[in-house]
Design a protein around this ligand. Structure first.
Ligand SMILES: [Zn+2]
Length: 234
């Protein structure tokens, strides 16, 4: 049985032996010379807590396929064969990408919301998507000397209703905005968002941000390309 000695991220025991149970080639990364280096995920069980950690590794000898080794019969340590890079974490989960061309603060908030959603932190996800909507809709309000009043300005739900009523948000999205209004500030304050509500909120946020930022930018780029073609015409 091959072993690995590492700190266990599951139980916190330091310098503990793990049994190496198997390796899987999970993909390839580009080398400097343009070649492809296989990357492996190695399944290791802690002898203290008996829980599993997956380590991402490269083969020390490029020609050697770690997934073909019978680790139960091996007499060497994992580190004799492989360079350990890191463990697999929830950050490796597939998460939704934000729409293109968002301002940096909205882009960051969306990415954080999508990560929270992927690991089942629905209230945290909801808070981040609402923050995106908050940033995006504040910019659409008229000068503070004009309508609407402060109460409407401060509340995301009321502000969005006002923006729809005054044609400053696309009417086609009004029905989908229910997920924002109904859950009001509850998501942030009472901790009641479930998976479906958080997903509704993510979808609505995505569509609204796409309308507000992505589409205008795409149109501007298409227009610029057309101008360019016009200029190069003989
Ligand atoms: Zn452990």
């Amino acid at each position: 049985m091959s072993i690995l000695v590492e700190d266990c991220p599951r139980c916190g025991t330091q310098k503990i032996a793990f049994d190496v149970r198997g390796a899987n080639c999970c993909g390839f990364i580009e080398a400097f010379n343009g070649g492809k280096i296989p990357e492996y995920e190695v399944y290791c069980v802690c002898r203290e807590c008996h829980q599993t950690t997956i380590y991402i590794c490269d083969s020390k000898d490029r020609g050697r396929d770690l997934s073909k080794i019978d680790w139960n019969m091996a007499f060497f340590q994992l580190t004799d064969m492989a360079d350990i890079k890191r463990t697999v974490t929830p950050a490796d989960l597939d998460v939704g990408e934000p729409p293109e061309f968002l301002p940096q603060n909205i882009n960051d908030a969306f990415e954080e919301g999508a990560k929270c959603l992927a690991i089942g932190c629905f209230n945290a996800a909801g808070t981040m998507f609402r923050l995106c909507l908050d940033y995006a809709t504040k910019d659409l309000l008229p000068d503070s000397s004009e309508e609407p009043n402060q109460k409407i300005r401060r509340s995301l739900g009321l502000r969005m209703k006002w923006l729809f009523d005054n044609n400053r948000l696309p009417e086609a999205l009004r029905d989908l905005a229910e997920c924002v209004k109904d859950d009001g500030n509850d998501g942030a304050h009472e901790g009641v968002l479930d998976k479906i509500t958080a997903e509704d909120l993510e979808e609505f946020t995505y569509l609204l941000l796409e309308r507000l930022y992505t589409e205008p930018q795409r149109l501007a780029e298409a227009k610029a390309r057309r101008e360019e073609r016009k200029r190069s015409r003989p």
